[in-house]
Design a protein around this ligand. Sequence first.
Ligand code: D5M
Ligand code: FE
Ligand code: ZN
Length: 553
Amino acid sequence: MPLEGPARIVRELTSHGYNAEREAVTLLAGADRPGAVLERVIETVPDDALVVTTEHVRTAMETVEAGNEAAVRAANVTETQSQRNSEPTIESSSESAGNAGIETTSGTETTPAPSPDEDPSVSTGDRTPVPTQGGGEDRPETRGARKPIDPSKQAVAIANDMTGESTGTGEYKDFVAVFRDRLERLGSKLKGRVNHRPATSIQSMPGGGEVGMVGLVNDVRSTASGHWLIELEDATGTFPWLVMKDREYADLVDELLCDEVLAMEGTLADDSGIAFVDSMYFPDVPRTHEPSTADRHVQAALISDVHVGSQEFMADAWNAFTDWLHTEAAQHVEYLLIAGDMVEGVGVYPNQDEELEVVDIYDQYEVFNEYLKQVPGDLEIVMIPGNHDAVRLAEPQPGFDERLRGIMDAHDPRIVSNPSTVTLEGVSVLLYHGVSLDEVIAELPAEKASYDEPHRAMYQLLKKRHVAPQFGGHTRLAPEERDYLIIDEVPDIFHTGHVHKLGFGKYHNVLAINSGCWQAQTDFQKSVNIDPDAGYAPIVDLDTLDVTVQKFS
Ligand code: D5M
Ligand code: FE
Ligand code: ZN
């Protein structure tokens, strides 16, 4: 039924200076959306035309209908995505006006930090409506909304990204090369501290003298009498070092991981077949390390383990987080770092398919990209892959391939390898997903590394100046001609995820943050007794390196 009467149409046209053919008016009045077609006619009729013809109306009708179809298509896409995302209540962005302020309070942590469970100042953000498409840029101005970022003040630099640089073939010579590189580069940090000798020449030194060596830990064994025997290896061979159980260094033996680089100093036995350890040195971070800070008050949100595609992905918490990012309270958050496990992946652990919301890996990244669109468009986003992502499992993991980059193109994120170092306005952040943390936690005593205090496990990696020292264990390593897993330069911030626990603190002035996750406990995690910290966003002040935790679950 026509909504616009012919009389009104004629009146409207004459008011714009046009007469109209009678057939043209009839055609217009009978259109599906006469108001829209009339508007289009007025827009498109040449200024010098005196009479609106049926031809003008037909052209206008076609363009209005084409626009209509596009709108319908867009609406369908939104609906499909919202179903996929299992979002029960999707409200339009216009309905969110005046309702976007989340009541979120936050606490600023000093270090060493208590876990969030013990922190009374961390409180919950409520769920508020979110736009379902179009990203932050299209969001209407709301009370308390953040102001646009001045991009001329932002600065991002990437280092140690090995994407596209992989040369390893997995052959024996690659393993030799990567370990030689590790020994040389980490060894050079230790050689000034001890009077070192090659392993094979130590045996020919006179018994009873002082000796030093720099090498990779090849083996750690306890002896029948409760002492410790540590075999160190260098380019020439191996040499055994004995740590007596009552010496102060005995406490450090339980921290050792195979293949980490160490220096030892001690006294040779009479037959020069073994040395008694007097001192042990780790490459470590100097205690005097002074971190760099940004020149202005600006913040970065550090997150990881989003696990989109899992039935346990916490869409409500994510929506609350991205809503918060749009508010004035998040005005200074100009960077978002994501330390791996964007999606749940496929076939990562036994029976995982039973808990998948989205079963196709590419669809998972499509949905992830939709969630990424909710982040304000002017934030700089940097992301690395994790063990659930669709890149090779062995570390270093290159950044996502072209197809996945094409899918995750919202806001043009910087996609780099795991690990990589990103420097934000002078503050360097070492991003590493964190698979080796499982190993550190398994091998070390609980007071030195545990799931409840994941940052302490990170301290160990800083001390060893290597993100995944142990070869041949749980963490898979791919030999490259360089060891990309070495922590060559001391970062200002070390950011990991993977263990799904929130924890942070400072080690020799380096801020270590493990960022929790956005996935509720899976059946698998239940079976291995992992109780995740889900829905937290640690926010770092880049001018002070203070941390505030925002909770959204
Ligand atoms: O890792 C989430 C957490 O689950 C992390 O702490 C490791 C742990 N995890 C993962 N796989 C295993 C196995 N096979 N055994 C024990 N614990 C495991 P995510 O990478 O997100 O799955
Ligand atoms: Fe994870
Ligand atoms: Zn992981």
